[in-house]
Design a protein around this ligand. Structure first.
Ligand SMILES: [Zn+2]
Length: 203
């Protein structure tokens, strides 16, 4: 099997299909779908570089466009994405969650720096302050994404969660009726594949 070709996130407007159903409502769903597996073994990772990760966060209201996201931050985002994807997969398949994925999401939740911590200055005494701003932006984003994933998994929409049924697509969506594809492009490809299979069967 051919190795997937990793491409930088350029021309994503052309390559990326519209957001999957439900991804406009659940930030975590759009986050889980931020690496696109395209026909021909191409993968476009919207979090693949610090710049594209910053852009993704800005587009979703989680960071200013000059947040100064570094590779270390982008790597943390990609890591949380894989753990959230593992939880979505477990929910769709009705199997127990991998403990590491659960731990990673909970870790992101409790590290949220929205709460100002108590400090103690030797001369002026106690005061409260939130952690370092750059760290704060990333950790706040990770916490928001983890919280949204937890909401999705425990909320009334969880039963509609499904994986796109059109290989090689790996996106998740919230099902409406019988629709099981994340985009018209995936639906067209799945129908074409079925038609082709019927023709070759009859031949
Ligand atoms: Zn799809």
């Amino acid at each position: 099997m051919a190795q997937p070709v990793l491409e930088p996130a350029r021309d994503t407007a052309d390559a990326a299909p519209e957001p999957a159903p439900g991804a406009d409502v659940y930030l975590a769903l759009d986050f889980a779908n931020s690496a696109l597996a395209l026909p021909g073994g191409h993968v476009i990772d919207l979090l693949g570089t610090p710049d594209s990760a910053n852009q993704w966060l800005t587009m979703h209201g989680l960071a200013p466009d000059d947040a100064g996201i570094r590779e270390m931050c982008a790597a943390q985002l990609r890591s949380l994405r894989e753990q959230i994807r593992a939880l979505l997969a477990a929910r769709v398949e009705g199997v127990p969650a991998p403990p590491t994925a659960l731990a990673a999401v909970n870790d992101a939740l409790v590290r949220s720096p929205a709460i100002a911590l108590l400090h103690w200055d030797r001369s002026t005494g106690p005061y409260r302050a939130t952690p370092h701003p750059t760290t704060q932006i990333l950790e706040h984003a990770l916490a928001a994404l983890a919280e949204n994933a937890a909401e999705l998994l425990t909320g009334p929409d969880a039963d509609r969660l499904t994986a796109c049924g059109s290989p090689p697509c790996t996106r998740y969506l919230l099902r409406h009726g019988r629709r099981q594809w994340c985009s018209t492009r995936c639906g067209d490809r799945a129908r074409a594949a079925r038609a082709y299979a019927r023709r070759t069967q009859q031949a």
